[in-house]
Design a protein around this ligand. Sequence first.
Ligand code: ZN
Length: 110
Amino acid sequence: MHKEFVLTDWIRITRAFNEIEGEGIITDKGNTCCQSCGAHELGSDDTPYVFFHEQDELDAFGDDAETLDSDLYLSYSDAGTAITAVGILRDHGLQASWDGDINRRIRIAV
Ligand SMILES: [Zn+2]
């Protein structure tokens, strides 16, 4: 039987991250172990970045690894990058927000 295509949260985030990359921002989905490793690995030069680390991914996604069970938090390099990323994430139907405080992360609400 043909399986119907379902636009999951993971696919929305992947599409949004691809578009964010198009803005010259490095992205990463869960390939770094923690916030400091991610910032170190992605922020080694001056290129802006947005990412969530492995623990964030495990905490936020359900057993299917496709659907958000709880809020997902994203780290970023600077305020301009956060604003760009939130706009694109929202364009892709995700409930992204950032309160303008660079000490707080971008939130994608369930
Ligand atoms: Zn680490």
